[in-house]
Design a protein around this ligand. Structure first.
Ligand code: B16
Ligand code: MG
Length: 217
């Protein structure tokens, strides 16, 4: 039986990609090149330092480790300022309803995010009380598609991998779920997330009944 749901944060519960985008774009501008919204797609689900590497490769820049740390820090300071203005209105459609339904049915809920700012985002949007466990970029060593983040999430809520379902918007996250031995629901388009057991355009209308149907897969 399915006993837990593990949620990615950015792109599944909230749309923080737009704030990452503005902060990265400003950094690129300071470095003297253009960073487009299309470029930003490549950063979804990717860790902060790996995102910076992608950005620098777009600008054709090679920097020292020390310079990179400074730039990542300055991008993050701006990003933190943007997310401090977030509130519950930025929760994506269907997310709150699903979290409430899962809680009322006794299904465990955990976060599995690459972000080191996950706690702050959950607090600002009022989502923290819905979680039994929060696993974020501060608790993990390996990034998705490594299964670490989801394996830890399942462990923290006391369920086996086969009893957990992962909700993800990034291809690397779906792959991480597969490697963890978990079922997955992709939030986005089927051509990108075809590996998932089920693909939805959003969490809107997704019910616990549909979740239970995944048990038979
Ligand atoms: P931070 P997720 C990811 O969140 C974002 O999708 C990705 O764009 C970002 O670079 C990463 O978190 C790290 O975020 O700089 O706040 O530590 O989708 O795994 O919830
Ligand atoms: Mg995501």
């Amino acid at each position: 039986p399915i006993k837990a749901c593990l949620f990615d944060l950015d792109g599944v519960l909230v749309d923080t990609a737009k704030y990452h985008y503005i902060a990265w774009r400003q950094l690129a501008q300071e470095l003297g090149f253009t960073f487009t919204e299309e470029d930003n797609e490549r950063l979804k689900g990717v860790s902060r330092m790996a995102s910076l590497d992608i950005l620098l490769s777009i600008g054709g820049l090679e920097l020292t480790e020390e310079e990179k740390l400074r730039l990542a820090e300055s991008k993050n300071e701006r990003y933190v300022e943007y997310i401090s203005g977030m509130d519950a209105s930025e929760i994506l459609p269907g997310a709150l309803e699903l979290l409430q339904a899962l809680r009322s049915q006794g299904i465990k809920v955990a976060l599995g995010s690459a972000s080191k700012n996950a706690m702050s985002i959950l607090d600002h949007t009022g989502l923290t009380p819905y979680f039994d466990a929060i696993v974020d970029g501060n608790k993990t060593v390996s990034a998705k598609p490594d299964p670490e983040v989801f394996l830890l999430g399942a462990k923290e809520v006391g369920v086996l991998p086969e009893e957990a379902v992962v909700f993800e918007d990034a291809e690397a996250g779906i792959e991480a779920a597969r490697r963890a031995g978990m079922r997955s629901v992709g939030i986005g388009s089927a051509d990108q997330l075809g590996q998932a057991d089920l693909v939805l355009s959003s969490l809107s209308g997704f019910s616990v009944k549909q979740l239970k149907e995944l048990e038979h897969l």
